[in-house]
Design a protein around this ligand. Structure first.
Ligand SMILES: Nc1ncnc2c1ncn2[C@@H]1O[C@H](COP(=O)(O)OP(=O)(O)OP(=O)(O)O)[C@@H](O)[C@H]1O
Ligand code: SF4
Ligand SMILES: [Mg+2]
Length: 353
């Protein structure tokens, strides 16, 4: 690929990616026939260079799995993962480790993601050592001091261990560790969920500033819409393994197109901020990823569902500039209940796999 072509590629992309997990024995049915949890179902998402994208949706819809697929901590069952225009779907061994230097993950619970036996110095020097060429002691120490400064921790933190810090401080250490290798892409999976409200605000502000200063691309997986609003320029909404809507953040909040997004936002705005989106957003159980509904996955809970929704998988289509929805219909803004137009024709392969 030429340099020119490379620079126009998104930084990270999932194309029609699926991930099936083999179901536990207790979940098997049909006389022991192997069954699979369809955690991600032909999902496509694009993250540009230096772009901050949010990924939201109810618990269990596949957000973490998609995040792990994007940085190839998991291998997809089908579809492709591209990084900087190169297909990394089947990368293995040393080549994959080399690529991972450019991608990092920040987890929900820094207490369990940090090694309790490692001091902050050991944690950061180990991260640098695993991913980079050997540095002289002087350069290594300067790099570590700069990282601490970036995340707002004093040099006196270096000799201390994770148990000696608060949750917010531990998340700062985890962020410093992720930044240690100067990644181009970070997946932050519920980075503030385990923190108290004050720490949530501080870490949100830290991540926002760092993302902008360092121009690192970030996928923020969260139930917290304030975090999305603060950091992300664009948001993707996931339902039962599929990306059902993507839009610039302001547009998504003001004019959500997909019935699921509308329900999700309505629920979010009425819930306690500590537990947002974890509440059931609509009557009825979310269907099981072991046996997802045919057609539009959302049809059993959708107030607008019609016959074709039960039979045909909607295609993602652009309903306004850079705003995509995976619904057969457009909805009249004034009278939401009135669905009009049915532009999606059945296509080969649209039925469930
Ligand atoms: N390793 C695994 N083996 C079997 N099933 C799995 C595995 N990882 C995830 N799943 C299943 O895949 C589905 C998606 O899980 P995932 O953790 O990606 O959801 P999530 O959207 O991140 O949920 P949450 O918001 O609760 O973190 C769930 O049904 C989950 O039980
Ligand atoms: S395709 Fe049908 S069931 Fe699915 S969200 Fe749109 S109206 Fe509802
Ligand atoms: Mg998760």
């Amino acid at each position: 690929m030429t340099e020119a072509a490379k620079s126009t590629s998104p930084l990270c992309e999932a194309r029609e990616v699926s991930k099936l997990f083999s179901a536990r024995a207790g979940l098997r049915a049909g006389g022991g026939r192997a069954r699979y949890v369809r955690a991600v179902d032909r999902a496509s998402i694009v993250i540009g260079h230096g772009e901050a994208v949010g990924l939201v949706g109810e618990s269990g819809c596949g957000k973490s799995t998609l995040g792990r697929l994007l940085i190839r901590l998991e291998a997809p069952t089908a579809g492709n993962i591209l990084f900087d225009g190169k297909d990394i779907t089947h990368l293995k061994g040393g080549a994959l480790r080399l690529k991972r230097r450019e991608m990092q993950m920040i987890f929900q619970d820094p207490a369990s993601s940090l090694n309790p036996r490692f001091s902050v110095y050991s944690t950061l020097s180990e991260a640098i050592r695993v991913h980079s060429k050997r540095l002289s002691a002087r350069l290594l120490n300067a790099h570590i001091a700069a990282l601490l400064n970036m995340v707002g921790l004093p040099l006196s933190a270096l000799d201390r261990h994770p148990r000696e810090f608060s949750g917010g401080e531990r998340q700062r250490i985890a962020i410093a560790r992720a930044l240690a290798v100067e990644p181009r892409f970070i997946v932050a999976d519920e980075p503030v969920t385990s923190l108290d409200l004050t720490s949530q605000a501080q870490i949100t502000s830290l991540l926002t500033n760092l993302q902008r200063e360092l121009n690192v691309a970030i996928l923020v997986i969260t139930h917290n819409m304030e975090l999305v609003h603060h950091i992300c320029k664009r948001v993707a909404v996931m339902y039962l393994g599929r990306i059902v809507e993507t839009a610039p953040t302001e547009i998504l909040f003001k004019k959500p197109a997909h019935p699921y997004t509308r329900a999700l936002l309505a629920s979010t705005l009425s819930q306690d901020p500590d537990d947002r989106l974890k509440a059931r957003v609509l009557p009825g159980e979310p269907p099981s990823p072991l046996d997802p509904p045919k057609g539009c996955h959302f049809h059993p809970r959708c107030p607008h569902a019609q016959m074709q929704c039960k039979l045909i998988v909607p295609q993602a289509r652009e309903c306004s500039s850079n705003h995509f929805t995976m619904c057969h219909f457009d909805f009249d803004e004034e009278r939401e209940s009135t669905a009009r137009a049915a532009p999606t024709a059945p296509k080969d392969g649209d039925s469930q796999m």
